[in-house]
Write a protein that binds this ligand. Structure first.
Ligand code: FAD
Ligand code: NAP
Length: 338
């Protein structure tokens, strides 16, 4: 275990913000993690678990201990005729797990292809895309409480999964580190392709049946086309969540903006694409200094060159003000701000 001091985090967050961690350590197994959490040396330090840094905005140096979670390993731990339980270390790159599943023809997470980050962070915001969410194939996870160093297992219900949310992003934020995740994936899977233009793209292939690999390749292609590559342009994906509003407000807005998109949620609210609201306020493609709004998807804020986190935060604030003034809807951040 090598504790590094005054470590630059520029390479460890996809916005590419150049802040420093007072202390930094990269860990590969649970035992080392427990040692660090129980060590007197770090008792009084605040602690931040870092995965791929793709859902984080750093606005200042981190005064405590940053723990980069790199616990490796993917394996099938149980299977029957219908499904398989796949266990992965929190430090595994999420997309590697998706590719593993596709290669074994285990279905359920193929629509979540090309999402950056680690397996350990996936339950934190219940990652979702193209009509799928992690919670739908989640079995359980293991982790450790910072305070006591004790292990705990969380089953699906206990995680309180919600739209881009979970107990780990709310009540247990900064108190618990996820070390392993177990998913229950489906044998003989049927791909889900009723979202957006996936079906149209598949139809061009003129096949009788589509595999999960076909669907994943279509989605990976759309994502590559539409989203900025963090290796080239700093970003953390969607900056805000899609707001869920009451039907009455939606109907009011519809009178003034007949083209406003809305999707009914299981709680009978209407989910409005935040990107549409932001675009309508004229922000798409706008740039203020070295911070900007992506020109293909207004929900993604981007950095150009050397930007600091406060520039992004100021831009986000301006956007929130104009959306509330125009539509009376308050946007909330999806990205974790430190
Ligand atoms: P980090 O950014 O390192 O951490 C995020 C939060 O989780 C932090 O608060 C951190 O402390 C905490 N955390 C990380 N690991 C652990 C752990 N092991 N235990 C406890 N807490 C932990 N998200 C989607 O949901 N759907 C998408 O389609 C999507 N597309 C994206 C596209 C792009 C181009 C980018 C840049 C991001 C996108 N995201 C998307 C957001 C992001 O990729 C996901 O939220 C991802 O799960 C973050 O993983 P990470 O390892 O980078 O987490
Ligand atoms: P899109 O297809 O342009 O659609 C815009 C928004 O409308 C999406 O955010 C989506 O909500 C919602 N939507 C569209 N069709 C829907 C349907 N049939 N049912 C319910 N909701 C629907 O979005 P996009 O920007 O290209 O992204 C495509 C997918 O990738 C989305 O699922 C999005 O969440 C995901 N994505 C997420 C991030 C992130 O950082 N979180 C970044 C990039 C892409 P949902 O977001 O609820 O699906």
């Amino acid at each position: 275990m090598k504790i590094e001091k005054n470590k630059s985090l520029k390479k460890f967050n996809t916005f590419g913000i150049d802040v420093r961690a007072c202390k930094y350590v990269e860990l590969y197994d649970e035992e080392d993690l427990k040692k660090i959490l129980s060590a007197d040396e770090f008792k009084n330090d605040s602690k931040l678990i870092l995965g791929g840094g793709s859902n984080i905005l750093f606005t200042k140096d981190y005064e405590g201990l940053v723990i980069k979670n790199s616990i490796p390993g993917i394996k099938i731990i149980f299977e029957d005729d219908k499904s398989a339980l796949v266990k992965a270390g929190a430090g595994v790159v999420w997309n590697d797990l998706v590719l593993f599943a596709i290669e074994k023809n285990l279905g359920g997470i193929e629509n979540l292809i090309s999402i950056p980050g680690t397996v350990g962070a996936a339950p934190v915001q219940n990652i979702g895309a193209y009509g799928e969410e992690l919670m739908n194939k989640f079995h359980s996870l293991k982790g450790i409480y910072f305070e006591t160093g004790k292990d705990a297992i969380f089953e699906r219900e206990e995680c309180r999964f919600d739209y881009r949310n979970s107990i780990f992003k709310k009540e247990l934020k900064g108190q618990f580190v996820i070390t392993y995740v177990i998913l229950q994936l489906i044998k003989n899977p049927r791909p889900v392709f009723n979202y957006g233009t996936i079906k149209n793209e598949l139809d061009k292939q003129n096949k009788e049946n589509y595999s999960i690999k076909d669907v994943s390749e279509i989605i990976a292609g759309i994502r590559k086309e539409k989203l900025p590559d963090p290796a080239v342009t700093g970003n953390a994906g969607s900056f805000f969540k899609n707001p869920e509003i009451d039907k009455s407000l939606f109907l009011e807005l519809k009178k003034e903006y007949p083209e406003i998109p809305g999707f009914t949620t299981p709680c009978d609210k209407i989910k409005i694409p935040a990107g549409w609201l932001i675009e309508k306020c004229g922000w798409k493609g706008k740039r203020i200094g070295n911070a900007g709004v992506h020109d293909k998807q207004a929900l993604v804020l981007v950095t150009y060159g050397n930007t600091n986190g406060s520039d992004i935060l100021s831009l986000a604030c301006e956007i929130k003000i104009s959306v509330i003034k125009t539509f009376g809807i308050e946007l909330t951040e999806e990205v974790n701000i430190y």
